[in-house]
Ligand binder design. Structure first.
Ligand code: GLN
Length: 309
């Protein structure tokens, strides 16, 4: 039986779906180019473990930049704020997510924030562990703890596709290694980063992750604190100021929900205290955000009065 919340979500998908026609799937990572641009799906996880979904919700997709939120939390747990923010800044940028420009003009060289590629690569370099496998295993276990879904793994095809074509990210890493922002081996860093970006989830997994972050780090099912409160707050704040890249300002005004997007077309939404949202719509706008997904989130925010501002 379809309940009224699900009916509302279906209506909202119908309203947002036409916008996907104005977007394009990412192709600079060749494997992502195989996605169906007309897909749009959403899951909303609310208190008492209720989860409402609509659209093609069995579709799995890779986290891509949404993983930056997770590695930031883990690096802060591994090393503390002082160390992490000695290497990565806290300020939004008006540049595209993969831009190299500010790395050269800022003195000393330091990525502006952990949500752009340069900052995320510097953060992944910090993830503790002696091998790529061990470090990736820690990222996956952390996601398993948030979602209670131990089957979450990475997609080898997408990871390899990105690793083989990641020359811009390689350039960012070498530039940062020269400036001692990156310390470890660059190829190992790229292997870990591309695998982290290729971790595969569905909308419901994302919705639970959003719930945990919005809920100051506590898993709603196990009641375990997975992320320390202060770190969950830092992560949520970066989602507001930098989560949608150089569209974050407009998104804050139109939607007002802490969120993080990825070029696979996923959007993670963390409504403080009681709601997590997972969206998938692979057709992207020119800034790399899901075009239908943003419209859908705008509709949901207005309908349920979710803006935090
Ligand atoms: N893996 C992607 C990259 O580094 C992530 C970018 C994104 O989702 N915006 O290019």
């Amino acid at each position: 039986m379809i309940c009224s919340e699900q009916e509302t979500l279906l209506e909202m998908i119908d309203l947002a779906l036409p916008y996907t026609k104005h977007g394009k799937v990412a192709t600079y990572i060749p494997a992502l180019g195989e996605a169906d641009p007309d897909t749009l799906a959403v899951s909303i996880y609310t208190t008492n473990g209720e989860c409402y979904s609509a659209g093609n919700i069995n579709q799995k997709f890779t986290l891509q930049s949404i993983s930056k939120v997770i590695t930031l939390a883990l690096a802060l747990m591994d090393h503390g704020e002082d160390y992490v923010f000695s290497k990565v800044g806290m300020e939004p940028t008006g540049d595209p997510f993969n831009s190299i420009a500010k790395l050269e003009t800022l003195v000393p060289s330091k990525p502006l924030n952990p949500m752009i590629n340069a900052g995320a690569l510097a953060v992944t370099d910090m993830i503790a562990g002696s091998t790529v496998e061990e470090r990736l295993g820690r990222i996956l276990s952390f996601i398993h703890e948030m979602t209670n879904n131990t089957s979450i793994h990475y997609c080898d095809k997408v990871a390899t596709s990105e690793y083989e074509t990641a020359d811009l990210n390689r350039a960012l890493c070498y530039f940062m290694k020269q400036h001692r922002v990156v310390i470890g081996d660059v190829e190992q860093l790229l292997e870990l980063y591309t695998k982290q970006c290729a971790i595969e989830v569905d909308c419901k997994d994302l919705a639970i992750i959003g719930y945990v972050i919005g809920n100051e780090g506590v898993n709603p099912d196990t009641k375990r604190r997975v992320i320390p409160m202060q770190i969950a707050r830092i992560v949520k704040t970066f989602m507001v100021t930098c989560g949608m890249y150089n569209a974050s300002g407009e998104f804050a005004i139109r939607v007002g929900i802490p969120a993080k997007s990825g070029v696979s077309g996923g959007i993670l939404g963390a409504v403080p205290y009681g709601m997590g949202i997972g969206i998938y719509g692979p057709a992207l706008d020119e800034k790399g955000n899901s075009i239908g997904g943003m419209k859908l989130l705008e509709g949901i925010s207005h309908r349920f009065n979710l803006s935090i501002f």
